[in-house]
Design a protein around this ligand. Structure first.
Ligand SMILES: *[C@@H]1O[C@H](CO)[C@@H](O)[C@H](O)[C@H]1NC(C)=O
Ligand SMILES: *[C@@H]1O[C@H](CO)[C@@H](O)[C@H](O)[C@H]1NC(C)=O
Ligand SMILES: *[C@@H]1O[C@H](CO)[C@@H](O)[C@H](O)[C@H]1NC(C)=O
Length: 559
């Protein structure tokens, strides 16, 4: 085997994870008053931690006469907005003194291109920063400020507020058609429990077979080495499966209304039939085209990627210190997400590794080319695949990735903040899904990370480094050996099984939890897939087990 050397790595796409050492904001929201309040910069600062703030200029309200209009117009504008947004708890309407508006930090109000004093300004809500666990209050920033440049027209002003506060109100305070549509969608998500034979986890692990509960607690090596990635998933063979539809029967409209806006997974068949990739992308072809290309690969001992382990079995456990302020916010400080070892090697060398692994010549190592950008690394390949014809120009494409391995990999349970089309080229993938509602069941949380080290010449892995970062998308529980004493709410979760074969596409809506068991193609001894990640139709704050999906403000126009 060639000597593999570890070099500095550049992540192509890094799933959401954070550095612990950053700031968090504390909300201090004054109570709503019955009259229209005057907002000082300090008020705006604290209000925007929870609300979208709309402030009308005091000067304009007080002005007696102006060419072609009088003060009543401005007062009407203000009062109308107040009426329109009465029922909207997330919007605070008031008056601002923009002539003397200086933030406590000393900065002046940012008015962008507008050089005169603004008539009104929207300060959008500052989302709680869920990525930072260490308080550094000195770094609290000001909200954005969006200046109203429209005319003195009530519908225009209400529209402006709707747009920037992400609300859906009409002048009389009722909901717009789009607002009604949104509310209807949020009530009508697809749920696994709607399916016949849907079964909760409690029924599947009924006989006290909680498998791994002792594994994780004593964290012994024996326990970790004792299971292979190929067992376990059989437990899920009797759960409901994904709906399958064939391409000819699906069009833009049906896909949108039956799957996308219901956040419903579905397998699409026949959508890759005319892809050149299906016959062209043999391993030999890929080697010929990209053999000398340097790629960034992941390595694990047994093909399990991003599993959970006890932190105490890691080398640096005794010396690694998490600050108290951070520790307090970690619900599972005794656990870590195991990040695979990484390596930058030539693509041909990677192909040799997976070939040798498949042939049984190389054991106790698994290599994976994961979410690697097609356009950055394998540019020409983009011509051999295509976006789903019924989905083009619907949502914004963010990433197009290729996935290649020897075929025996298990990606542990996590979610991605993207709507996903996963397209299988060689081999199959069994995907176990859990819906993104009631995420207490999957214990959504910040979980500290640890990084495996691989010594290529010795062909040895080490549980080496605990990292000062957390994962925000992994579940702390092992769905195949759940510790239901520690994670009792998982008992209520209901799995959905979606297995894709060569030529099949899985539409997986954003935030659905998934565990992916790959299997090799019998003829090509590999697993090869591409996936299209879109800015999702529904978004959700995370990690936040009780936050719910909402329509992405970016796609208001699609309602
Ligand atoms: C693969 O196996 C061949 C033959 O056993 C060997 O010559 C080669 O070095 C191996 N390559 C890797 C990357 O393991
Ligand atoms: C890779 O590079 C080597 C020299 O560095 C060259 O001999 C070989 O032909 C190249 N292979 C491919 C497939 O481009
Ligand atoms: C791999 O292990 C050997 C033997 O312990 C050691 O000499 C070598 O420096 C290690 N290599 C790396 C890259 O750590």
């Amino acid at each position: 085997m060639a000597v593999l050397s570890i070099r500095a790595v550049i992540l192509v796409y890094s799933e959401p994870r954070v550095i612990l050492f950053c700031a968090i904001f504390l909300a201090n929201i004054p109570r709503q008053t019955a009259f229209i309040p005057v907002f000082s910069p300090t008020d705006v600062l604290s209000l925007t931690r929870g609300k979208c703030v709309v402030a009308m200029s005091r000067k304009f309200l007080e002005q007696k006469t102006r060419v072609g209009m009088d003060d009543a117009d401005y007062r009407l504008l203000l009062n109308s907005a107040d009426v329109a947004f009465t029922g909207e708890h997330g919007v605070a309407i008031g008056v601002g003194d923009f002539e003397h508006f200086v933030w406590p930090s000393g900065k002046r109000l940012e008015t962008g291109e507008v050089h005169t004093e603004p008539t009104a300004v929207v300060f959008p809500r500052i989302k709680e920063d869920r990525t930072c666990l260490l308080t550094k209050t000195s770094e609290v920033g000001e909200p954005a400020s969006i200046v109203y440049t429209g005319t003195v027209s009530v519908p225009e002003f209400v529209d402006f507020i709707n747009h920037h506060c992400n609300t859906y109100r009409r002048e009389d305070g009722s909901l717009t058609i789009e607002g009604l549509h949104r509310d209807a969608l949020l009530e009508d998500f697809f749920k696994v429990e709607h399916l016949p034979h849907s079964v909760p986890i409690s029924k599947m692990f009924e006989h006290g077979n909680h498998g791994g509960q002792n594994c994780l607690q004593d964290g012994s090596e024996v326990c970790h080495a004792g299971h292979s990635v190929h067992e376990g998933i059989e437990k899920f063979s009797d759960v409901p499966t994904c709906e399958r539809v064939s391409l000819p029967s699906i069009n833009r409209h049906t896909f949108f209304s039956e799957y996308l806006v219901r956040s419903k997974p579905v397998i699409i068949t026949g959508a890759m039939d005319d892809w050149p990739a299906m016959s062209k992308w043999t391993t030999e072809y890929l080697r010929e085209m990209y053999g000398n290309k340097s790629v960034h690969i992941k390595l694990t001992p047994k093909g399990e990627y991003e599993g959970i382990e006890t932190a105490s079995i890691w080398d640096s456990y005794q010396t690694f210190i998490i600050p108290q302020a951070v520790l307090k916010q970690l619900p599972y400080p005794d656990l870590v997400v195991v990040r695979p070892a990484t390596l930058n090697i030539r693509f041909s060398e990677f192909l040799d590794i997976i070939k040798n692994v498949s042939a049984g010549k190389l054991t106790d190592v698994s290599a994976y080319l994961e979410y690697t950008s097609v356009s950055d690394y394998f540019t020409e390949l983009e011509m051999d695949i295509a976006e789903m014809p019924f989905f083009k120009n619907t949502l914004q494409l963010k990433h197009l990735n290729i996935w290649l391995s020897d075929g025996n990999t298990l990606g542990k349970t996590h979610f991605d903040p993207f709507d996903n089309f996963l397209c299988q080229i060689s081999g199959e993938k069994e995907v176990i899904l859990f819906e993104p509602h009631s995420n207490e069941r999957l214990y959504e949380a910040h979980i500290p990370e640890a990084l495996l080290a691989y010594n290529a010449s010795m062909r040895q892995f080490r549980r080496k480094t605990l990292l000062d970062s957390t994962s925000m998308v992994m579940s702390p529980l092992d769905i195949q050996r759940p510790n239901l004493e520690r994670f009792p709410k998982f008992a209520e979760a209901r799995p959905l099984l979606c297995t894709i074969e060569e030529g099949e596409v899985l539409f997986m809506p954003a935030f659905w939890w998934h565990e992916v068991q790959s299997r090799p193609s019998q003829t090509q001894h590999r697993n090869l897939a591409v996936n299209f990640w879109y800015d999702p139709f529904f978004i959700k704050e995370f990690p936040c087990p009780d936050c719910h999906l909402d329509v992405n403000p970016k796609y208001r126009h699609l309602l």
